[in-house]
Design a binder for this molecule. Structure first.
Ligand code: GLA
Length: 714
């Protein structure tokens, strides 16, 4: 189990007699969490009874309560009103619904920001972020912390012994809107962080390269967050500010957690991450060890042609961060969201498909934002489990139907996701550093590169794991992977270069993507030619970058599909004599130069390793062909027949006695999967409209089938 692993799970309430005289499930019974954010404070109490009836009809067994209720719980600086929350939690308990109780600190009340405007965040132009929305607080404000922690303590003391309390939900989506704060509080905390990192100004000046542009600092006080500057701010200052900002919020998370742990040590703690989506400010691979249960929020981006692949990527990465142990899907949507430029209802079957895709990747709870769709406020057009239209609606029927289905899948709970044989490295430092300004191109995007490789694996019918580089640095990341891909791993500390080199020299196949191995941990270039950190291993050397304009492509020739192209960036690669050239640039800045290389390595441990380099951004078909080639070379075979590659994803969870195979049709047409004897004896666990015959599985459009197979390794 990885050191990143969260070690506990929801503490389900003990069995008790419910309001209608029936018995609730005992605490130890297997179940998958199902529910939503529940905001009873938005509704008259008469509505609550209806909420309970419909929650029970839908199979809801857990809800998150109190997330944005600070202003009602503490209406003035010295008055408290917990009555309504007591009643809501009691009612939930009487209906057998567990409570993931928020600390309620997500958004400060107006009296607090009126009394203490110094808690408000400041943007890089020095402008105040005013109240009126939410999350208007500085992560480093000691004043905010004082008030927020007082509330956390009040909540912990009041509900410590409530039998419905199953998990603490710290704040909400920490950093969603306020991760980057450039205020004076942030400046002071940034200086402290830098002192702890560098110890001396001499060391800081070295790391930041301040000999450049007359930036040498002579007192700590001169150092500022990277506020609006006349031109490109110092890159290492920007990178350190990104690292600091993630750490500052993590520190805040820990401050709330410590209070909760003191008062209720037996209650697990979570906070909802936003792995991928539109956020990148929080290094969740670093945060995961601080919570008991890893939770994630995920929203499909409708304008993204690869929205399904992005969902699958996010779910997989969340599972890896959780050490492949179960994690909690805290929020996704039943249908449309309200915050994208254009929002769309989910197509039939999509709620089920998206939910089961998360489940396939290890989620043991499937929850939504929110239970009852609001009539007022900024999210009134956001879908919910119970829509404006009421219970007589397609959404509610889908929600209730899916709740029954999840209850039937209870045995899947607790199983772990199967490790894939392909690992794709993912690293927040490289994400932040590679996208800084003043680079060879502004057009390369870290997430797009990582996603492209993941999509290429799926296009070959293969599952890949998204492996945090942090777990490689911690020494337990690469065992079991036969092919490891490093997309745009721009920032490579020596220890990471060593770990990846060892991996390739002891029989693994390492593939290094474009714009990788360029800089060290301080964002200083690895000198001697690109890609510096991997130059020796790969047996390649480049002296220049050839950036390509938006829409411009270069032709590639070699062992690739006809018409293959590269885009965005090229390198002028030369190779050592023992390096095989798989493809060359045909035109563009470096015609005739190697574009894809591969080198067999003399092995120190018997099996021959391999190190390959891709010196441009390949078009999707070329990338899929290359991944197919490398996978075959590493002996990795798809468990799916070729005709459904790129249409059906197969993800596997491993229980004690059974494997659970999730066949996910992410296309809009029905498909038939030919099953093979090698797949073992499959039994239907949840077909949801699919047909399982002796040697075929037919999935409707967006259909998912969950099949069981006895573990052969027992
Ligand atoms: C986030 C928040 C919720 C809500 C949803 C809407 O995930 O945590 O409070 O705003 O977005 O998509």
């Amino acid at each position: 189990m990885s050191a990143l692993t969260a070690t506990r799970w929801v503490r389900w309430p003990e069995a008790h007699t419910l309001a209608d005289g029936t018995e609730s499930l005992p605490a130890g019974a297997a179940r998958i969490g199902y529910g939503a954010d529940y905001n009873p404070e938005q509704w008259p109490e008469e509505v609550w009874a209806d909420d309970m009836r419909l929650m029970r009809e839908a199979g809801v067994n857990i809800v998150s309560v109190g997330i944005f209720s600070w202003a009602l719980l503490q209406p003035t600086i010295d008055s408290w009103d917990f009555g309504w929350l007591d009643r809501a939690i009691d009612l939930l308990h009487a209906n057998g619904i567990a409570v993931d109780l928020a600390t309620a600190t997500a958004s400060p009340p107006p009296w607090l920001t009126e009394l203490h405007p110094e808690v408000l965040p400041v943007n890089r132009l020095g402008e105040t972020i005013w109240p009126g929305g939410r999350q208007q607080w500085r992560p480093t404000s000691p004043v905010f912390r004082r008030y927020a922690l007082a509330l956390v303590e009040k909540m912990a003391m009041r509900y410590a012994d409530h039998p419905a309390l199953s998990m603490w939900h710290i704040s909400n989506e920490l950093g969603c809107h306020n991760v980057y704060d450039y205020s004076d509080d942030a400046a002071g905390a940034f200086r402290d962080w830098l002192q702890a990192r560098y110890g001396s100004l001499v060391e800081l000046n070295r790391a930041w390269g301040t000999a450049f542009w007359s930036q040498n600092y002579t007192t700590w006080h001169q150092i500022l967050p990277p506020r609006l500057a006349a031109t490109h701010p110092n890159p290492t200052q920007q990178l350190d500010f990104a690292r600091f900002s993630s750490d500052a919020l993590k520190d805040y998370l820990i401050a709330e957690r410590e209070i909760l742990r003191q008062v209720t040590p037996e209650v697990p703690i979570t906070t909802n991450f936003m792995v991928m989506g539109e956020t990148r400010g929080m290094d969740y691979a670093d945060w995961a060890a601080e919570v008991d249960v890893v939770s994630n929020d995920h929203y499909l981006l409708v304008a993204d042609p690869q929205a399904f692949e992005e969902l699958s990527f996010s779910a997989n990465l969340t599972g890896q961060i959780a050490g492949r142990a179960p994690w909690f899907l805290m929020e996704h949507s039943t249908s449309a969201v309200n915050w994208q430029p254009v929002n769309q209802a989910k197509t039939p079957g999509q709620l089920r498909r998206d939910s089961l895709t998360h489940l396939a990747h290890g989620a043991d709870a499937i929850c939504f934002f929110q239970w009852r769709q609001s009539l007022a406020g900024a999210e009134k057009f956001h879908s919910a489990m119970l829509p404006h239209a009421g219970e007589d609606s397609t959404v509610f029927r889908n929600v209730a139907g899916f709740g029954r289905e999840l209850a039937a899948l209870a045995e899947v709970a607790g199983s772990r996701t199967q490790q894939a044989r392909i690992g794709i490295l993912f690293d927040w430092d490289s994400w932040w550093a590679s996208e800084l300004d003043s680079h060879p191109t502004e057009l390369l995007r870290y997430k797009a590169e990582a996603m492209a490789w993941y999509t290429a694996a799926l296009a070959n019918g293969l599952q890949a794991d998204i492996v945090p580089a942090r777990s490689v640095l911690a020494g337990h990341g690469l065992a079991g992977y036969d092919l490891v891909i490093a997309p745009m791993l721009y920032l490579v500390p020596q220890a990471l270069a060593d770990a990846l080199t060892d991996y390739a020299r002891t029989g693994g196949h390492l593939v290094v993507g474009v714009f990788s191995g360029i800089a060290d941990a301080d964002d200083h270039i690895h000198p001697g030619g690109y890609p510096g950190a991997f130059r020796e291993l790969l047996g390649v050397r480049a002296e220049e970058f050839g950036g390509l304009l938006a829409g411009q492509t270069v032709r590639l020739t070699g062992e690739l599909p006809a018409g293959s192209t590269g885009s965005l960036l090229t390198h002028d690669v030369t190779v050592q004599p023992d390096v095989e050239v798989l493809a060359r640039f045909d035109d563009g800045p470096f015609p005739g130069v190697p574009a894809i290389t591969s080198r067999m390595l003399p092995s120190l441990a018997g099996a021959a390793g391999r190190a390959s380099f891709v010196a441009t951004v390949l078009d999707p078909a070329a990338l899929a062909a290359l991944v197919g080639r490398f996978a075959a070379q590493a002996g990795i075979q798809s468990l799916l027949p070729e005709e459904v590659h790129g249409t059906v994803q197969l993800a596997v969870r491993q229980g004690d006695t059974q494997d659970y195979l999730f066949y996910i049709n992410h296309s809009a047409r029905a498909v038939t999967v030919a099953l093979r004897p090698a797949d073992g004896r499959l039994s239907a666990l949840d077909l949801g409209g699919s047909t399982l015959a002796a040697d075929t599985l037919t999935l409707p459009a967006t259909g998912v089938a969950v099949l069981g197979r006895a573990r052969t390794d027992l």
